[in-house]
Design a protein around this ligand. Sequence first.
Ligand code: ADP
Ligand code: MG
Ligand code: MG
Length: 927
Amino acid sequence: MSRYVFEFSEGNASQKDLLGGKGANLAEMTNLGLPVPPGFTITTDACRVFLRTGELPSELADEIDAHLAELETTMGRTLGHIDDPLLVSVRSGAKFSMPGMMETVLNIGLNDDSVEGLAKVSDNPRFAWDSYRRLLSMFGSTVLGIDRSVFDDALDELKTGRGAETDVDLGAADFRELVSSYHAIIKEHTGEPFPQDPRKQLELSVRAVFSSWNTERAKIYRRQERIPDDLGTAVNVCTMVFGNLGDDSGTGVCFTRDPATGHRGVYGDYLVNAQGEDVVAGIRNTLPLTALGETDPASYERLLEIMSTLESHYQDLCDIEFTVERGTLWMLQTRVGKRTAAAAFRVAVQLVDEGVIELDEALRRVTGAQLAQLMFPQFDVTDDRQLIATGMAASPGAAVGKAAFDSATAVAWAAQGEDVILVRRETNPDDLRGMIAARGVLTSRGGKTSHAAVVARGMGRTCVVGVDALRVDPQAGEFRAPGGVCVKEGDLLSIDGSTGKVFTGSVPVTQSAVVEALLAPGRTADDQTADDRPVAGEAEDDTAEADTAEADTERAELIDAVARVMEHADSVRRMGVLANADTPQDASRARDFGAQGIGLCRTEHMFLGSRRKIVEQVILARSDEQRETALERLLAPQRDDFKGIFEAMDGFPVVVRLLDPPLHEFLPDLTELSVRVAVAQALGRPEEEAAALLKEVQRHHEQNPMLGMRGVRLGLVIPGLFLLQVRAIAEAAAELRSRGLDPRPEIMVPLVGDVKEFAIIREQAAATVQEVSDELGVDLRFPIGTMIELPRAAMTASQIAEEAEFFSFGTNDLTQTAWGFSRDDVEAEFFPHYIEAGIFGVSPFETLDVDGVGRLVSIAAWEGKESRADLVLGVCGEHGGDPDSIHFFESIRLDYVSCSPFRVPVARLESARARLLADDAASEESD
Ligand code: ADP
Ligand code: MG
Ligand code: MG
């Protein structure tokens, strides 16, 4: 028979699936002998039954009764008893902490009778009535669904009436009065009185927690964070302890290390004579934790002891919730604490230095997303005077631009080359074009899963949401901020998507210190501080000097931490990391970031600009001679292009993709040309040449160019085009070789769907390389392979592998061709709908669609290897730089990923983590 209820003493920290995070850690603390108020956890199993059937499991009521009875015996009190009531809290707690779900109901067990009993035994009527009004408002809002503000307004009204500053100034009689108002509110909103039966209060709260798993906000959050929908939540029932019993009581939160820097120390806030949420709700000003040390040294010392116990036990930064009840300390929650990206790296390395964890473990504890965050340019924050408000950091980056209050304006200004920040109360699909056009998006409403946040993240657009302090008026084209600030359409604005800060004007942007350090790995952290330390006397005063010195130390520590993690990552990872780079500049930047070659060197830009006219001649040539002359003219410049790139990547592979884009990109625009010819004719001055050209262009016109004459088809239909490129590659390599360099080009054929397409090009290309070899008397041989970017190629991989020496998965096109949609259309039109409908959790262009596109990749990889054992497998789509996709590529054992230069460090880190986590999973399975 299944069991649905476990006492805190029965569980442990590894049972997050069953007990939720909060329950598992309460159990762990109980078993460490820490002072946790007794209680029990109702499992996620029970929640899953409830979600499936709409009913609590039939055995649950009895099980809860049994555990409640045991709890009552332990505590020597009965739930809601009229003389001396036991009170409990009902607390939700899923495996992952989840905003949008029901939170907590405190003081369950109070009713019109037991409140009197509590007043008597505590000898503190104020406390009893304060606790009761809290129960009514929490129960009323979270269980009965009444808007929280209705209760808060009634409280505010009372305070105003009494001339009370804070709720500490209110007395027993005031709270008693508030209780009557709350009773009336509940009756009015639900038609029913507040349930007086404590057991009923408990049951309704449990149901409410379970149901809250499926609120819209919770669902959207799970989709965004990729938390499975079927986990369910646990419920913790915990004996109440009271921080609101007087000045010898209070409640607080603390961290075992500074969550911003990772430094060890005492970080936390404390609130005297308060309960639960008051600390975070900001109802009154909190005191630093050290204040507790003065008023109650015994509890303070005990807390420090426990903090250190928890740190060594969890071997990580922990955050903690606690309450002091009349001089006795109680632990109410702990978990491995959230931290900033910088702190994640620093804490990990500090723990290595303290001998607590190994470097491998350090690697598990940081992520590519955190590294990416540290690599974004940042605002120069030495001067915060322009700061006007802070909201939620929704999508990282530092964006500066002119405020635009509607999408059309944003689009229009961007088209004129202006940088724009789109400012809205909240966004909807109509704002999409504006969001695409803008540098950054700012909204006054909505959270991390709002439309603005989700879409901006998907497009990599800087975004700050939920800046409540702003009064946005799109009609007037302005917003107002606290302190009388008014920003009008066209005014400059700076938003920081990593911190949520909003500034007026244009705040200077600085490159990230981490990027500087990654680009110059030879420089050690020590040099860094020495160089950048201000000269004595330069700073304005002592504090400023101390501040800069501290900032320098922090910077140096961060750089050192990142460098050490990266060094270890490089030693751990199995996959190579290459870059997508088309120019010598990009190539050397990629090298600096640690790329081990170029996985995709696109050549189309080499045929545009002034050379486009020549390509046009190649395509439209009416004779072989005409064509050859034109090709001849392209050879020398093309050879120079390659020389530059091979030189920058000396000694490393450079995979050159032969020309890929659709034909029309090289031809004059059909509409323009038609107009020109028509106008000329109407004027009676027909232009013969233009008319002939028009005919040609019409002949080549395609309905759907992306599915038309491009890639290998272009190479097959226009003789000599690909071979010109191959010759240029070979000649460039031969020349560098003669200068003592080590060029390593590889030739890649795009958009192959059938092995015969590839075989023809391969044979011609090999012959051309041989020709150059013979002409120049240099021994040349380059690997020749293909991109896999069409489903048919993936499905016939074993045939293609008989001819191709390598596969490079072009996952951008493969995503388009597998889904049958074009990226531009998706992103401009229906992407948000698909996110909202839950069809996409994230854009398939950002993270590989493992189920569909990923399956094509893995089939092709597997079958390709079957037919050619030494087939080299890589990825050159943008997914090569995406953490989740990288983990998939590791799982199917590709040889390398290739991504944009800026993503290379992220790919190095995540490839290593993917390898470690795969090993972890494998060893878990074999256990
Ligand atoms: P959250 O997940 O939002 O942190 P919690 O379940 O931890 O919600 O509870 C909210 C607040 O109530 C916290 O400050 C917590 O410490 C406090 N709290 C919860 N249970 C009790 C209890 N049994 N006694 C006293 N305070 C409690
Ligand atoms: Mg909590
Ligand atoms: Mg492609």
